[in-house]
Ligand binder design. Structure first.
Ligand code: GUN
Length: 296
């Protein structure tokens, strides 16, 4: 068997096309364009790439955006007062603080400072809590994008065994909630594995759907998966590569060559999950502008 490719780039474009149409429709009714405020603390190269991709996508769909770049020495107090000003500003629909933050700042404290009604990343405990109880909320963009991929390719999730490797607040945990909840697209039996899991393979080998979100280059090998599994690779790891001009290459959490021979479906890196994260952010920002989740 050789896996079929899940083309995240193509599906993300479809999502963005829909958002662009909806933004135009919204504006044609006399509303201003949706506005996303991005906050970038420090100059982490990967974070710059990610926020750049988000800004470009905003331009593409007609969402206005501004990136506020702050020095990595900024105090928590200063950063929070900047966020609070955006909370109060009616011309700002969505606020996104790019993570990770410098180590002297608590990402929990910073995220909780964002008004949950503007938390288009879906990271605020109010949104995570509402996700957990199946209530309308902003859904974390990467797992929401993965659910969208299942829907697009009609990959069944209900009653399957889904195994999520990695329990981060950004991907693994909300992914497991989305897969397991009784909402329209979840209903899977779900296992979460993490760095304390004993014998990872014992779990991954029984997965019908395997989500690799551990941040470990090529952690998942062919021999760790079941024949015919659906494998979603969330990893984007920079590993040294002297043959590349940049001096590094990007690899996922999945050993693509060995896994694709056994899987039924697989996401490539790049071009799999990454573009979906950005597309879902566009969708959330439009929802914020329309106050669809939290009406006034
Ligand atoms: N860092 C890695 N992924 C994300 C994301 O989806 N949103 C934010 N704000 N930071 C991230």
């Amino acid at each position: 068997m050789s896996a079929e490719i899940i083309d995240g780039k193509k599906v993300a474009e479809l999502v963005r096309n829909r958002v662009r149409e909806d933004v135009n429709d919204w504006k044609s009714k006399g509303h201003r364009a949706p506005f996303l405020q991005v906050i970038l603390v420090g100059d982490d190269p990967a974070s710059k790439v990610y926020t750049g991709a988000k800004t470009k996508a905003c331009e593409d769909v007609g969402i206005e955006t501004h990136t506020r770049i702050l020095q990595d020495t900024i105090s928590a107090k200063e950063l929070k007062s900047i966020i609070k000003a955006y909370n109060e500003d009616d011309s700002v629909d969505g606020i996104l603080v790019q993570l990770p933050l410098p180590s002297h700042l608590s990402s929990h404290d910073v995220i909780e400072t964002i008004d949950y009604r503007k938390d288009v990343d879906g990271f605020h405990p109010m949104n995570v809590g509402r996700l957990t109880v199946d209530e309308p909320c902003y859904r974390s963009c990467t797992p929401a994008g993965i659910m969208e991929l299942f829907k697009h390719y009609s990959i069944p999730v209900k009653s399957k065994h889904a195994v999520v490797v990695g329990a981060s607040n950004i991907v693994g945990s909300p992914m497991a909630i989305m897969l397991s909840r009784e909402n329209s697209s979840g209903k899977a039996t779900t296992t979460i594995c993490h760095k304390f899991t004993k014998d990872l393979t014992q779990h991954t080998i029984s997965a019908d759907i395997l989500i690799a979100a551990a941040g470990q280059p090529e952690l998942i090998k062919g021999e760790m998966i079941k024949e015919g599994a659906v494998v979603i690779d969330v990893g984007i790891n920079r590993v040294a590569d002297e043959t590349s001009e940049k001096g590094y290459k990007l690899v996922g959490d999945v050993d693509y060559e060995s896994v694709r021979k056994k899987a039924s479906w697989i996401t490539p890196v790049p071009g799999g999950v990454g573009p979906m994260t950005v597309a879902m952010l566009m969708k959330n920002t439009l929802l914020a502008a329309k106050k669809s989740i939290y009406p006034e």
